[in-house]
Design a protein around this ligand. Structure first.
Ligand code: SF4
Ligand code: SF4
Ligand code: SF4
Length: 318
């Protein structure tokens, strides 16, 4: 068992047996490889269900919204930033939260590993193991290996806040942080002509089935009635018409403007492999350039688009 799993279990056991919290939210092994699940532990003797490894990509801040009981939550850097968002936006009270921060080495990209396995072995992934920075994948009769760094989720390769920004207890030693984001992926799209951009996004969204998994996985999407479900007025049609699909994506992204932590849960959840972070990363870049703002780093500041500032660069606001 890894030292991190041991530490998380010990903390959970202690908090529950001392009555400090009513529930601990962490991860448990899933039924499939690379698919850990959220785990809700209410009794100290159940703490051994908790695990920690490179497949804990789900953002657990999604499970604390509007809860009234005292909750301990296992939080990576990105989860902790979304917990900050939740506190700022009054979706949970800070005093109701006990944050078990985990210094994070990044999560493996389950889709990339599955794709490579299918290309190489035409088989489903049976097992994934890691040792000394090398990932070994067993898929059918084939065993293949690659450096861990190659197989990280795209957002984890770019992540600048791997250590929790807010926590009550810390698991693991702080890891090195990346000082800045070059946003080269966004710049590549910004450099396209309008026609190229249109074709790019049309192609990118052509396989969207509007299952809303990207919305459901995002800790920022907690409106009691989502705009896509409103019927009076109906802001966006429910059809597979490309205009309805684009409207959903643009509005969803704008709802995340100044709030997205680039946790990658939306992309992870998409069954069609659509890189929906292309929208939110553009808005993250704009927020940083216009307002010097990254979401979820401080409890003392309102999100960039949630404040009035007389020095706002736009004339209309003065
Ligand atoms: S985005 Fe950062 S904190 Fe979140 S899982 Fe990836 S590396 Fe860890
Ligand atoms: S998860 Fe993927 S397929 Fe489903 S609505 Fe979002 S982008 Fe479309
Ligand atoms: S929009 Fe995607 S990347 Fe941003 S916070 Fe939501 S799930 Fe995470």
């Amino acid at each position: 068992m890894s030292a991190k799993i041991d530490a998380i279990r010990q903390i959970a056991r202690r908090l529950l047996s001392e009555g400090k919290v009513d529930m601990v939210i962490g991860f448990q092994k899933g039924t499939l490889p690379m698919m850990n699940e959220p785990c809700f532990v209410r009794k100290a003797e159940e703490a051994d269900r908790l695990v920690w490894d490179s497949h804990c990509g789900i953002n657990l801040a999604n499970y604390v919204t509007d809860r009234k009981e005292r909750i301990a939550v296992v939080a990576k850097g990105c989860d902790s930033r979304n917990l900050v968002n939740h506190v700022i936006e009054n979706k949970i009270k800070r005093e109701k939260l006990h944050i078990i921060g985990v210094c994070c080495d990044g999560m493996l990209d389950k889709r990339l590993i599955a794709q490579r396995s299918q290309t190489e072995a035409q088989a489903e992934v049976d097992a994934v193991e890691e040792k000394d920075g090398v990932v070994s994948v067993k898929a059918g009769a084939l065993l293949w290996q690659a450096p861990r760094a190659e197989l990280l989720q795209d957002n984890c390769k770019r992540c600048r806040h791997r250590n929790p920004v807010l926590y009550d207890e810390l698991v693991g030693e702080p890891v090195a942080e990346k000082p800045e984001d070059d946003y080269e992926d966004v710049k590549r799209i910004e450099a396209m002509s309008p026609d190229e951009k249109w074709a790019h996004f049309e192609d990118m969204l052509s396989t969207c089935i509007r299952c809303y998994a990207c919305r459901n996985a995002c800790p920022l999407c907690y409106c009691p009635t989502c705009f896509v479900d409103e019927s009076r007025p109906q802001w966006v049609g429910k059809s597979q018409d490309p205009i309805d699909i684009r409207t959903f994506h643009f509005l969803r992204a704008y709802h995340c403007a100044g709030r997205c932590t680039d946790c990658g849960s939306c992309e992870r959840a998409c069954p069609m492999g659509i890189p929906v972070r292309q929208f939110t990363r553009k808005l993250n870049k704009d927020c940083e350039e216009l307002y010097g703002w990254q979401a979820g780093l401080s409890l003392d500041q309102r999100p960039a688009l949630d404040t009035y500032n007389p020095n706002d660069p736009n004339d209309f606001i003065r």
